[in-house]
Design a binder for this molecule. Structure first.
Ligand code: HEM
Ligand SMILES: *[C@@H]1O[C@H](CO)[C@@H](O)[C@H](O)[C@H]1NC(C)=O
Ligand SMILES: *[C@@H]1O[C@H](CO)[C@@H](O)[C@H](O)[C@H]1NC(C)=O
Length: 334
């Protein structure tokens, strides 16, 4: 639906676009990023088809991969900007893959590597890993029933990664809403982006250790988190018995984990949010009002706002022009 609208608008867009080129020295400082929709139209015209095919084929094997690709993009953008730094196996400042929020947790690297290998065959040294990851995340959301937004392109790949920043700047599921909000603000994202992008938890899974603190001894009380719905609690306690051996068991982040819908928000309203940080959105009147909105309104409102916030996320700290490089392999700098 959104693409159809975008395509319809496109012809009308060309004239103002010529004007914009003409006025660009005046306008450029006002636009939020130097990315654009047509960046690879001539240099790699089949790029989006390649990404679409590889995401489709990965999804056929593993429905969870959509969630994993979305999260991989988010974790890329939150550390050093959307520059593919999360994909680097090593750097002088360590590897983000190795940081606590990522280690034994991030998935989907092979999918990106496979797309990159194919793209390099047809368009060598042309398309950044950061753009491939952004496109793959968007395509993944669309293929599991989510919105289809146009992705601004032209990111370049960073030449460093930062393990310490990944440890300190990525949000933790057990830190207070205020702290998470501050982390989003520091990336140029606001409270609405936080609520909307948290809706990404409408797909995918979390390992028991990320929410087990709620199940048996919540903050040293000797009791479970009182804000967790009782039948959800007993279900999660059986999935995640109070032993370390259960730490890596999986629980779905929402009640329709393979489908990109607004169930995440209805779950929060019925106190069945999985992570402490998810349920915390109900603990503040401003965020609770937004949760209420997305859960009761037609799903279209969530889709529309999610698309807009994803474009904002995809603009965080991007490298463009002559900055950075186009990596030949996503795991290493050239
Ligand atoms: C607001 C702060 C956030 C916190 C504290 C948080 C935390 C987490 C945690 C702890 C997991 C489970 C990881 C594991 O067990 O291995 C997870 C999974 C996930 N997160 Fe978030 N997250 C946040 C925001 C986001 C955002 C903004 C997005 C994307 C727009 C996102 C997308 C996902 C997805 C899709 C998964 C499932 C991944 C999979 O199944 O492979 N999260 N998140
Ligand atoms: C299929 O998915 C599993 C994870 O569920 C993964 O380990 C495996 O490598 C995937 N196979 C292919 C061919 O992508
Ligand atoms: C939240 O942020 C405050 C102020 O920066 C900090 O002192 C506190 O340790 C943080 N809490 C958690 C749980 O990270």
């Amino acid at each position: 639906m959104l693409t159809a609208m975008g395509q319809k608008l496109f012809p009308y867009f060309t004239i103002p676009f010529c004007l914009m080129l003409f006025l660009s020295p005046l306008i450029l400082p006002l636009v939020s990023s130097q990315l654009n929709y047509n960046f690879y139209d001539y240099s790699c015209p089949r790029l989006s088809n390649m990404v679409r095919y590889f995401v489709w084929s990965a999804l056929k094997n593993d429905t969870r991969i959509a969630a994993s690709l979305l999260r991989l993009h988010f974790h890329d953008c939150f550390v050093n900007g959307c520059d593919g730094s999360v994909l680097l196996d090593d750097s002088k400042d360590g590897s983000e893959k190795n940081a606590f929020p990522n280690r034994q947790s991030l998935r989907g690297f092979e999918v990106i590597d496979n797309i990159k290998a194919d793209v390099e065959r047809f368009c060598p040294s042309t398309v950044s890993c950061a753009d491939i990851l952004t496109l793959a995340a968007s395509e993944a959301v669309y293929q599991v029933g989510g919105p289809n937004w146009r992705v601004p392109l032209g990111r370049r790949d960073g030449t460093t990664a930062n393990e310490m920043d990944a440890n300190t700047q990525l949000p933790s599921p057990v830190e207070p809403l205020q702290n998470i909000t501050a982390k989003f603000i520091s990336k140029g994202l606001d409270l609405k982006d936080l609520v909307v992008l948290s809706g990404g938890h409408t797909i995918g899974f979390a390992q028991c250790f990320t929410f087990k603190g709620r199940l048996f001894d919540f903050k040293g009380s000797g009791k479970p988190d009182p804000s967790l719905d009782p039948s959800s609690l007993s279900n999660l306690q059986s999935k995640c018995p109070n032993r370390d051996a259960s730490n890596r068991n999986l629980a779905p982040l929402d009640s329709s984990t393979d489908r990109f819908d607004n169930a995440y928000y209805t779950n929060l309203k019925s106190n069945t949010g999985l992570l402490e940080s998810d349920q915390a959105l109900m603990g503040d009147p401003q965020t609770a009002a937004m949760v209420n909105f997305y859960s009761t309104m037609n799903q279209y409102y969530f889709y529309n706002d999610f698309s807009a916030s994803m474009v904002k996320l995809g603009n965080v700290g991007v490298l463009t022009g002559q900055n950075g490089q186009i990596r030949k392999k996503c795991g290493a700098v050239n």
